[in-house]
Design a protein around this ligand. Structure first.
Ligand code: GAF
Length: 358
């Protein structure tokens, strides 16, 4: 049995750092991702190759446990380990991995790798595991084998998004809805700021810990249960984090109303408000992201925000069709004037979620 499976990266339109707080997210699938060409084998080995990196990694499945495999191979090996621990009879596979996603650009290349692997391994063995469960296994692999305490957004986006739509997900209940992302006369620009983002270096885990601490002090199980920032929270840092989560959930709701009303200017305003909140309250923005948003707004963009975990990665901008080239040119010019690495700016639209290619 062989096959080729593909899973995309994601762009989050809005709803940042809300997933692990039981809040709302609104990501869409990028048109690029990870492809896994897979062949079944029955010798209890996972043989991994990457088109982007030299060498072959061979993982004896019976000895696989968290911490045994490091580097990029921890992601696919982790998925195999988690599925086997859940009782799925995966007896081996050769996986040849290829990706057209830039790593470190905050586009969830690791979730795409996990999700393509999860689909490949389960389908190779004829296991019809629902996609919502596969997303949970992929997230668990990232927690246990890569050591990143991520939320569910990236894996859910990769597996559940559909072409032309953003995926509204309530991360407390797991309920999802496909929201048409139709911005006629407008363009979404993705700016890879070339400041690499790393989720596993501690800042992300610290933010998550602060939110858990705030929820504990407020006596709720997750910050999304809070509707306004209570005065009862004395620590100014925890107040800022809570303020971001509460207002960001509200911004997701407003973004959906603007999308449904075809109000691109309104959508742009909430995107920018999200960026300011991530910059000032959640404190996860980085200098090139702020330069990108400020320059784009000065050049006539309708809005813009950093996307993903932060501390590096990408920015999403919304502009009218006739301003898009000027906005992109102004951003590139601002980077050059500051001696920043040349940004990579592309037009993006919502692509399909993961699927079998052949
Ligand atoms: C990263 C995480 F993987 C997601 O779960 C999410 O928390 C995001 O940062 C921030 O919204 O992409």
């Amino acid at each position: 049995m062989t096959g080729v499976w593909y899973a995309p990266g994601r762009i989050n339109l809005i709803g940042e750092h809300t997933d692990y707080n039981g809040g709302l997210v609104l990501p869409f699938a990028l048109g690029s991702g990870v492809t896994v060409s897979a062949a079944r084998r029955d010798d209890r080995l996972l043989v991994l190759r990457s088109a982007q990196l030299p060498g072959v990694v061979t993982v004896p499945l019976d000895e696989l446990s968290p911490g045994r495999i490091t580097g990029w191979a921890a992601y696919p090996a982790g998925v195999a380990g988690v599925l086997r621990a859940a009782g799925y009879p995966i007896a081996g596979a050769t996986l040849s991995i290829d990706s057209d996603l830039p790593r470190g650009a905050g586009l969830s290349s690791s979730a795409a790798l996990e999700c393509a692997t999860a689909l490949a391994l389960t389908r190779l063995y004829g296991l019809r595991v629902p996609r919502t469960e596969l997303a949970r296994y992929a997230q668990q692999a990232e927690h246990e084998y890569a050591g990143t305490p991520c939320g569910i957004m990236d894996q859910a986006a990769s597996l559940l998004c559909t072409e032309g739509h953003a995926l509204l997900m309530d991360c407390a209940s797991g309920a999802t809805e496909q929201v048409p992302l139709d911005l006629a006369g407008h363009v979404l620009l993705l700016v890879d700021t070339r400041s690499p983002h790393v989720l596993s270096d501690g800042g992300y885990a610290r933010r998550r810990g602060e939110c858990e601490e705030a929820a504990r002090l407020l006596g709720v199980s997750a910050l999304s249960e809070v509707t306004e920032v209570p005065a009862a929270l004395p620590d100014p840092v925890l107040r800022r984090r809570t303020d971001h989560v509460v207002t960001e959930n509200d911004r997701v709701r407003r973004a959906i109303e603007f999308l449904r009303a075809g109000d691109a200017a309104g959508l742009g305003r909430v995107l920018t408000a999200s960026h300011r909140s991530l910059r000032d309250l959640y404190e996860v923005s980085w200098p090139a992201a702020d330069v990108t948003v400020d320059t784009a707004l000065d050049a006539g963009a309708l809005g813009g925000r950093m996307i993903g975990g932060g501390f590096g990665g990408s920015v999403l901008l919304l502009a009218t069709l006739d301003r898009a080239d000027d906005v992109a040119g102004s951003v590139s010019g601002a980077y050059a004037a500051r001696g920043l690495a040349t940004p990579v700016i592309t037009r993006v639209s919502p692509g399909p979620g993961a699927y079998r290619r052949s």
